[in-house]
Design a protein around this ligand. Structure first.
Ligand code: ADP
Ligand code: MG
Length: 710
C-alpha cells in the first residue's frame, strides 16, 4: 500500500476505483449467452482432475436451469475440497461455448450457503498491484472511509445544487448502490464525481486567491519611466515604429512596474509579434531607475541572440551588459559574475545559468523570462527562489538611491501555502512587515494559455497580449507532403537559394536518442550538400560546442550560409528575416505548439515564405489532426486551441510535467462549468466564510493534512 501512496485513511478514501463489477445479481445458467460476464450460483455435480495435454481441474455445476463447466488450468490441491461435489458455489466469469457445452475458464469462485447474502453495492475494482489483492484493498478502503476526516466544511450555499456531501460522494464512488448509473460513474459525470472535482477546483481557486493576496502584500521597487529617459532614447534609435499592440503592452508593463508591488505578468504574443523589443523597453525603464535587469532564455542560441540584440540596442546608450551561459566558464565567467555582483552590469542576459547559485545580483529589480513554458518546473522554482534571495543574501551591498534601508528575505507566502492557525479568521497568514523588496517578473511566451488554464493555474498572473504582427509580414504558406516528394522539395530549396534566400531544414528528435538524432541530421546534411552544389550548407545540433554553434548561427544570420540543417535547437526565437523556406522532416513526430514555433522562424520579413511539412506515413489520428491544423491556420491562438483539443492541457503547464501538481480529479478540458462554479464559490467563500475557506485550503493543500500530496 505504501508503494501506491496509500498511507493515511484519506489516501485510501481518495483512491478511487478504476471500474466496477456487478455482483449484486445472480443469473441463471440457461439464460447466459457466449461472451457474457455473469454471476451464477449452483451446486457441484462433479469435480475431477483430467490429465490430457496438461493437468486441469474440471468442475461441473448445476443451478436447476442448466449445467456449467468450470475449467482451471492452475489450481491448488485445496481447490478440490472447496469445490467438492454437493458444495454450493457462487461463480463469476465470462461464458464460453466450449466443446463440452457451456463453460467458464478460471472464473472467480466462492463457496457459499443458500442464505449467503448478495452484496448491495457494486464491487469496486481498484488500481492495485500484484502483491495487493483487490479484496484486501476493498476492506482497507471501506474501513478508511469510516475513519477519514471528511466532515463537511462548506456552507450549503456555495456548493452547486444537487451535489452530495464529500463523504457521501466518496461512499457512492467506492460502494455505488446496485442501481447506480454505471455510465455516469465511468465517465465521471456522476454527481459524486462532480462533488469531488468541485472540492478540488475550489481548493485550487482559493489557493490562487491566497497567492494573489500574498503577492499584493509583497514590496517591489517602484520604477517610473522618465520623460527623456533611457526607454525614450531607445525608442528613438529603433529602426521601426512600435505596433499599436506593442505600445499598449509597453504601457501595461510600465504601469505595473511603477507600482511598489511586484509585477507578475505574462506577455503572450504569437511568434514574430515582437516581444523582444518590449522586454528591452521594460529593461530600459528598470535600468534607468537604478535597478538591474535579468533576461533569461531557455536555449543558448536564443539567449545569445537576445544578448546581441540588447548589445545593439542598449550598449550605444551606455549600458553594460553581462552574458552568462552554461558554456562560459573560468575567468570569463568570474569577471561577468563580478560585474553582476557589483552592479556594474545593469543588464544580464543568459540561459538558466542566470539562476545558478553563484550568481548574485547587486540589485535585481526586473527579471524577464522568455519562452517561459520551455523552462522545466525545477528551473521555474529556482528562478522564484533566486528572485527572492538576491536582495536578501547581500545585505552588505548597498541598495540604490531609494529609501530601502534593510534588505531582508521576503516571505514566500505566495508560493508555499501558509496554513492558517485554527482560530484565525483570515485565510492567509499575515505578511511579514519587513521592507524586503522583490523584483518584478515578466514572462514571455508564444504559446497562449487557453482560458480554462488561465483561470486555474495562472489565475495569479496578469496577462498582456500582442495581438498584432508588425506591418509588412506576408503570411506563411504551409504545405504538407509525404516524404516521397523529397526531390521536389530539394528543387524548391535550390530555387530559393538562387533567389538569394535562406532555408532551414529541421530534423526531428529520434526517439529521444541524441545519438540517432545526430546521425540522422548528419546524414541529411551530407545528402543536401551533395544535392545543392555551390550552396553553403551548415549543420547545427545540440552536441556542438557553444562556440561552434555560435559560429554556425553567425554565418547563417549574416547570410554567408544558405541552408541550415538543424535539430530542434533552433526551435525557439531565432530571428533571420531573410529565411523564406522551412522544411520540417518527420513533422508527424512534433507537437503542434512546437511545429508552430518552428514555422515562426520564417515569414519574419516581407518575403513570401513557405513551410513544408514532410511526413512518413502511416499517420496516427492525432498526427493527422496536427498537420491539418498547421496547414489550415497561422494563428497561434487557434493552434493552441486545437492543441488543447487534440492533446489535453498537460503540455501548457511546462516543458515536462512530472512533479507539477496537476489536478488529480478534475479535467480542465471537460470541467469548464465546474471551474466557473468553483471560481464564483471561491470569492463568495473568501468574503462571507473566511474560516471555511481556510479550512478548505488546509484540507486539500495544507502542509500536513493535505488531501493531495505535493
Ligand atoms: P517574438 O515575439 O517571436 O519574440 P521578435 O521579438 O523576435 O518576435 O521579433 C520578430 C522580428 O520583428 C524581429 O526582427 C524584430 O526586430 C522585428 N520587429 C519587432 N517589432 C517590430 C515592429 N514594430 N516593426 C517592425 N519590425 C519589428
Ligand atoms: Mg522571441
Amino acid at each position: 500500500m505504501r508503494k501506491l501512496g496509500l498511507e493515511r485513511d484519506i489516501d485510501l478514501a481518495l483512491h478511487l476505483p478504476l471500474r466496477y463489477v456487478d455482483e449484486t445479481r445472480l443469473q441463471t445458467i440457461a439464460s447466459l449467452h457466449e461472451g457474457q460476464a455473469a454471476q451464477v450460483q449452483g451446486t457441484v455435480l462433479e469435480c475431477r482432475i483430467e490429465a490430457r495435454s496438461r493437468r486441469q481441474l474440471l468442475v461441473r455445476v448445476d443451478d436447476g436451469s442448466g449445467e456449467l463447466l468450470l475449467r482451471f488450468l492452475h489450481f491448488y490441491p485445496a481447490s478440490q475440497k472447496t469445490m467438492a461435489p454437493g458444495r454450493l458455489l457462487r461463480v463469476r466469469g465470462e461464458l464460453r461455448g466450449g466443446f463440452f457445452g457451456r463453460e467458464m475458464v478460471h472464473p472467480e469462485v466462492r463457496a457459499v450457503t443458500p442464505d449467503t447474502p448478495l452484496p448491495a453495492a457494486l464491487t469496486a475494482v481498484y488500481p492495485a498491484s500484484a502483491q495487493l489483492p483487490q479484496a484486501y484493498l476493498r476492506k482497507a478502503v471501506a474501513s478508511a472511509l469510516v475513519r477519514a476526516p471528511l466532515a463537511e466544511l462548506l456552507p450549503p450555499d456555495v456548493v452547486p445544487p444537487g451535489l452530495p456531501s464529500l463523504r457521501d460522494a466518496l461512499m457512492q464512488l467506492h460502494q455505488p448502490p446496485a442501481h447506480a448509473a454505471a455510465d455516469a460513474l465511468q465517465d465521471r459525470s456522476h454527481p459524486a464525481w462532480q462533488r469531488l472535482k468541485f472540492e478540488e477546483l475550489l481548493a485550487q481557486q482559493l489557493a490562487q486567491a491566497q497567492a494573489r493576496a500574498a503577492r499584493a502584500r509583497l514590496r517591489a521597487p517602484a520604477m517610473h519611466a522618465r520623460r527623456d529617459g533611457l526607454a525614450t532614447r531607445l525608442r528613438a534609435i529603433l529602426p521601426f515604429d512600435l505596433t499599436g499592440a506593442q505600445q499598449r503592452v509597453v504601457a501595461e508593463i510600465g504601469a505595473d512596474i511603477a507600482l511598489p508591488q511586484p509585477m507578475h505578468r505574462l506577455l503572450q504574443g504569437d511568434v514574430g509579434s515582437g516581444k523582444t523589443v518590449v522586454a528591452a523597453l521594460a529593461a530600459a525603464v528598470a535600468i534607468d531607475a537604478g535597478w538591474q535587469c535579468a533576461l533569461m532564455a531557455p536555449t543558448e542560441i536564443l539567449a545569445e541572440q537576445h544578448f546581441r540584440k540588447m548589445v545593439g540596442w542598449l550598449q550605444p546608450l551606455g549600458i553594460v551588459i553581462a552574458w552568462l551561459s552554461g558554456s562560459r566558464k573560468g575567468r570569463g565567467r568570474r569577471e561577468q559574475l563580478a560585474q553582476v555582483a557589483s552592479g556594474a552590469a545593469m543588464l544580464v542576459v543568459g540561459t538558466h545559468a542566470v539562476i545558478q547559485r553563484d550568481v548574485v545580483f547587486a540589485r535585481l529589480g526586473l527579471a524577464v523570462v522568455d519562452e517561459q513554458h520551455r523552462f522545466g518546473v525545477a528551473q521555474r522554482l529556482a528562478l522564484r527562489d533566486k528572485l527572492a534571495a538576491p536582495l536578501a543574501d547581500n545585505d552588505k551591498l548597498v541598495a540604490p538611491a531609494t529609501d530601502i534601508e534593510k534588505l531582508v528575505a521576503p516571505s514566500r507566502g505566495g508560493d508555499k501555502l501558509v496554513a492558517p492557525s485554527a482560530d484565525s479568521n483570515k485565510p492567509v497568514a499575515p505578511a511579514s512587515d519587513s521592507t524586503a523588496l522583490e523584483p518584478h517578473l515578466l514572462m514571455m511566451s508564444a504559446t497562449p494559455i487557453p482560458r480554462t488554464l488561465a483561470m486555474s493555474y495562472f489565475a495569479d498572473l496578469a496577462v498582456s497580449t500582442l495581438d498584432e504582427l508588425p506591418p509588412g509580414r506576408t503570411p506563411i504558406v504551409t504545405k504538407v507532403f509525404a516524404d516521397g516528394r523529397r526531390d521536389a522539395v530539394v528543387a524548391r530549396i535550390r530555387h530559393e537559394v538562387q533567389q538569394g534566400r535562406q532555408v532551414y531544414w529541421v530534423c526531428p528528435l529520434v526517439e529521444e536518442s541524441e545519438h540517432l538524432d545526430l546521425q540522422n541530421a548528419t546524414a541529411t546534411h551530407a545528402e543536401l550538400s551533395q544535392a545543392l552544389p555551390g550552396a553553403a550548407v551548415g549543420l547545427i545540433h545540440g552536441r556542438l560546442a557553444a562556440a561552434d554553434k555560435a559560429a554556425v548561427m553567425q554565418q547563417f544570420t549574416q547570410g554567408a550560409m544558405q541552408l541550415l540543417v538543424a535539430t530542434t535547437v533552433i526551435e525557439v526565437g531565432v530571428d533571420v528575416p531573410n529565411a523564406s523556406l522551412m522544411v520540417i522532416e518527420h513533422a508527424e513526430r512534433f507537437g503542434l505548439a512546437q511545429l508552430h514555433q518552428l514555422r515562426g522562424r520564417v515569414g519574419r520579413g516581407d518575403i513570401a515564405s513557405v513551410c513544408v511539412l514532410l511526413y512518413s506515413g502511416p499517420l496516427s489520428a492525432t498526427g493527422k489532426a496536427r498537420l491539418k491544423a498547421m496547414a489550415e491556420t497561422n494563428d497561434g491562438f487557434e493552434i493552441a486551441r486545437r492543441d488543447l483539443q487534440i492533446r489535453g492541457p498537460g503540455e501548457f503547464m511546462g516543458a515536462r510535467q512530472s512533479g507539477d501538481s496537476l489536478l488529480r480529479f478534475a479535467d480542465l478540458a471537460e470541467d469548464d462549468v465546474l471551474l466557473q462554479q468553483a471560481h464564483a464559490a471561491a470569492s463568495r467563500l473568501l468574503q462571507q466564510h473566511p474560516r471555511a475557506a481556510a479550512a478548505q485550503i488546509e484540507r486539500w493543500l495544507g502542509a500536513k493534512a493535505a488531501f493531495l500530496k505535493a
